[in-house]
Design a protein around this ligand. Sequence first.
Ligand code: ATP
Ligand code: MG
Length: 419
Amino acid sequence: MAPDIQAPRGTQDILPDEQPWWDYVRDTAEKLCGEFRYTQIDTPMFEDVALFKRTVGDTTDIVQKEMYVFQDRGDQELALRPEGTAPVCRAYIEHGMHNQPQPVRLFYITPIFRYDRPQAGRYRQHHQFGIEAIGDASPSVDTETIEVLWRLYENLGLTGLTLNLNSIGDAECRPRYLEALRAYYSDKLDRVCRDCQARVERNPLRLLDCKNAECQDAVAGAPALTDYLCEACGDHFSQVRGYVESLGIPHVVNPRLVRGLDYYTRTVYEVQPVEEGGQSTVGAGGRYDGLIEQIGGNPTPGVGFATGIERIILNMKRQNVNLPDAARLAVFVVCASAAARVFAFKLASDLRRAGLSAVVGDSDRSLKAQMRHAGSLQAAYAAIIGDRELEANSVTLKRLADGSQETVPMGDVASRVRP
Ligand code: ATP
Ligand code: MG
């Protein structure tokens, strides 16, 4: 039966079964941020709409087609957060963080709202984990953010990813490139899509990013950004590449890579999984040296990334990544006889005191039914206590991932199952 009011299109309930995946991704991200000393920042779920118009850009898809904008009862025009960087930069200025040692290293985990076309891996409310390093222009900081993103995927067990890198220059050299790009497109306007026809004047860099089949020939022959970089941008980019190389992170320079937000300068990057397709980018980021000035701060460089948690989990499942035992229910205690019940409760209690999670099965149900229950709770281990085990003061400990089992003294269970 369906209720006559359902969750809005493009949103989803994250049900209890899914939560271990979310916990695992969040925990892994937070732990990693601790290693690099990025600390968490939470900003409001909505902001003055001008914040995004000015930074993300008036002519971008996000501002033109995707933002959830509303007027509150005091006639303030507000937007549900469509991305995480501009709010963090606003907070950086508002709280005088330029007085702290630079760069200021921050991370966030937050819902993001975009009126996107819902499909697998694309929602109207999704969640992003992102980091920002604000106040340092040096290429080693670009690389640090790339390293955090790469390590996140590595720690989560994702494989087969490709890091795409590019530099889109700065106010010094980009105008020259845009001129060349416009000139190149000037005799191809009848062969590209309507959006691209409009982009030539309004936002030419986005021409490179068009996903329409009819525009791909034009994109393929377009001049390469990297050929137009000024000396400072060229130097910066080659240093980023050198550092990335030295960290052993496999990457390709993709001169067509641009991003959907106007505030980027110099380094941009994206991580793609093996599977192709428009919905496939798992994470993306870059440098935004003009952003803070655009919203009234002193000129301050910054760099960061955002990665979609739904897409991370989607890719983990596609790649059959198993949740580690530490992210699961540690022990499901199976009572194979009524007499075992009191021992089962005692064992579960001891395990919890030892810092492990434990659930006791229903002794009125069959061994098989209890094992099924353990499976549906995604337990790492089942500890089976029956008459035979009671006599020996032991349990049969079964690891559910591979079915291996052993007999263990009751008092040793905690140390045996500890991940
Ligand atoms: P796309 O080209 O797929 O629309 P984007 O360039 O709009 O992505 P970003 O603004 O860079 O995406 O957001 C960072 C990450 O957030 C993306 O790499 C992706 O993992 C995730 N993401 C973006 N939009 C959505 C969405 N509508 N639903 C789910 N995840 C999303
Ligand atoms: Mg998008």
